[in-house]
Design a protein around this ligand. Sequence first.
Ligand code: GLU
Length: 328
Amino acid sequence: MSRQRILVLGTGGTIAGSGSGATGATYRPGGLALQSLVAHLDALGLDAELVSEEIARIGSQDMGFAEWQALHAACLRGIADPGVAGVIITHGTDTAEETGILLDLTLPTTKPIVLVGAMRPADAVGADGMRNFANGVKVAGDPQAAGRGVMLVMGDAVLAARDARKAATSSIDAFRSFPRGALARVTPASLDWFAPPHRMGESARYPFPGELPRVAILTAGAGMDEKPVEALLGIGAQGIVLAGMGQGNAPACVIAALARAAARGVPVVRATRVDEGLVDRNVEVDDDALGLVAARALGPAKARMVLMVLLASGITDARHVQAAFDAG
Ligand code: GLU
């Protein structure tokens, strides 16, 4: 049997980071060209043919519309190519959540799309990128990986993009999966799925946005007033995500200002600044009366991406926005 062909889309990040030497601290994410990275991988003797395409060579803190648009288009080409089994995107970990959920919402699920990152630069002692990549090849080449949406492979685990969350700044075990656990355990030699594919239907849930609406995240703090909400409306925010306290709370004057924003047609989603946990409707804040939306399991970074996609699709009223968040 011929080896499976995997399309590798490079964007930079620590997995392609270099410049620290084996033990240094300072490095440049994306310092290594994708070609060199793939050449290292070829030397691992992986059972796959890697076809590479460099989209960007940046730290993922600089990801934006142009890179996402290029990634989305390249993924669609890979999905349409009968010779391609799956797609791997090498990506910085800082915004892997954002790219992951954006592509998850806007791509079909017929072939595996796998984000792979690293916490240690490619030239550092104990670099984790090569192993994560080898694991990614195992996932992207497995027909059973289709129908699960976009996935993130880090630390020998396969996480659904909708559940993955960066929870540590430097440890190689940096990602958590919430509210559902990992989809699978993976090593370069084994892959064990814990459940059958969960995504109903094969088509993309939303069209890829023609442009990204301005959606801001406002972090709540004790003693704050409503001025930041007014400032966001003043710069033309089309949606606001509250990174609230606890179950999406904020001082009464802030909640009142957010309700006024919602009444003016600027959707407001209440998420939490807490690391983990649900934000449900009508717990301490009367969402029904105030026209607000509860983010449920999505943290602020992912909630912002979802709200951008919804607004770009013309979905603006609180009931429909809530339905999209309820759908996970
Ligand atoms: N800030 C960089 C990025 O997200 C490096 C962090 C990483 O990749 O882990 O691309």
